[in-house]
Design a protein around this ligand. Sequence first.
Ligand SMILES: CC(C)(COP(=O)(O)OP(=O)(O)OC[C@H]1O[C@@H](n2cnc3c(N)ncnc32)[C@H](O)[C@@H]1OP(=O)(O)O)[C@@H](O)C(=O)NCCC(=O)NCCSC(=O)CCC(=O)c1ccccc1C(=O)O
Length: 285
Amino acid sequence: MTTPEPVPAAVTWTAHGDYEDIRYEHSGDGIAKITICRPEVRNAFRPQTLMEVSDALVDAREDGSVGVIVLTGEGPDAFCSGGDQNVRGDTGYLTDPGRQGSVGRFHVTDLQVQIRRLPKPVVAMVAGYAIGGGHILHLVCDLTIAADNARFGQVGPRVGSFDGGFGAGLLADLVGPKKAKEIWFLCRQYTADEARQMGLVNTVVPLADLEAETVAWCREMLAMSPFALRLMKASFNAAEDGISGIQQLAHDANLLFYATDEAKEGREAYKQKRRPEFEKFPRRP
Ligand SMILES: CC(C)(COP(=O)(O)OP(=O)(O)OC[C@H]1O[C@@H](n2cnc3c(N)ncnc32)[C@H](O)[C@@H]1OP(=O)(O)O)[C@@H](O)C(=O)NCCC(=O)NCCSC(=O)CCC(=O)c1ccccc1C(=O)O
C-alpha cells in the first residue's frame, strides 16, 4: 500500500453569502469554511450568529461541490466563548434585547443537532478558547484540530447555565463519566495537549500551522467515498441518538435502495397501474 502524497495546503478562500456575524467561504476544491466573527467578545454567539451559521450550513449541505465543512472562530484568541451573556435574558437568549417583552430561547439546541445531522464531515478548527457553549460546538463537530494555544472547558455552573444534552452525554462518551463530571463540576480549563490526551481533540499543531493542517485533513477526507463517509457519520450517531439516529441511517439505506431494480419495479408498477412483479427478485437468505 502506498501512503498518500502530501498535498499543498494553500487555499484562496472565496466569500459566499452576505452575513453580519459570520464569514462563509469556499476553497474551490470542496471545503466550506464558516468563521464566527465576533472577536471583541471572544466569538460568543448571539441568536443572529447561530441563525447565520445555520443558514451557511444549509448552503454547504445543499451544494454538491462541498464535501467537508470547517467551523472556526475569527482570530487567535477564541474559537467561541459560548452564549453572549449580554443578550442572555430570563427566558433564554434574546434576538431583540432592547424590545420590552422580548422572549428568548436557545437557538443553539437546533444548531447542535443540525451539525450532527449534516451528512458531510464537520471539522472544528480551534485556536484559543473553546469555552461553555463554544466547547459544546466543537464537541458536536466530527473532528477537532486544535492549535497549541487552545483552551477547553465548561463554565455553566459558574455562570448559571448547563448543557445536559450532548454537553453531558457526548462528553462522557469521549472522556469518560468521571472526567466529564470533573470538567462540569470544577469548571477548569484544559490545555490543547490535555484535551488531546483525554480524546477531546484529534491533533494539536502550532498556531501558525492550524489552517494548513485542517485543510490537509479535509483534503484527505475529500479523497474518500462521500457516501461511505455519510454512512459512517450516520452509524456513529445511530449508536448515540436512539431512534432519530437509526432514522437517519435507515433513510440513507433507503436512498441506496431507490437505485435498485427491485425498488424501481415498485415505482414503475404503481405508475403503470399494474401488479408489481417482485417475484423476479431474490428472497435473499
Ligand atoms: C473566554 C474567556 C475565558 C476569555 O478570557 P480572556 O481572554 O481573558 O478575555 P476576557 O477579557 O474575559 O474577554 C474579552 C471580552 O470578551 C467578552 N466576553 C467573553 N466571553 C463572553 C461571552 N460569552 N459573552 C459576552 N461577552 C463575552 C468579555 O466580557 C470581554 O469584554 P470587555 O468589554 O473587553 O470586558 C472569558 O472571556 C470567559 O470566561 N468568558 C465567559 C464565558 C461564558 O460565560 N460563556 C457563556 C457560558 S453559558 C453558554 O454558553 C450557554 C450556551 C447556550 O446557549 C446553551 C443553552 C442551553 C443548553 C446548552 C447551551 C450550550 O452550552 O450550548
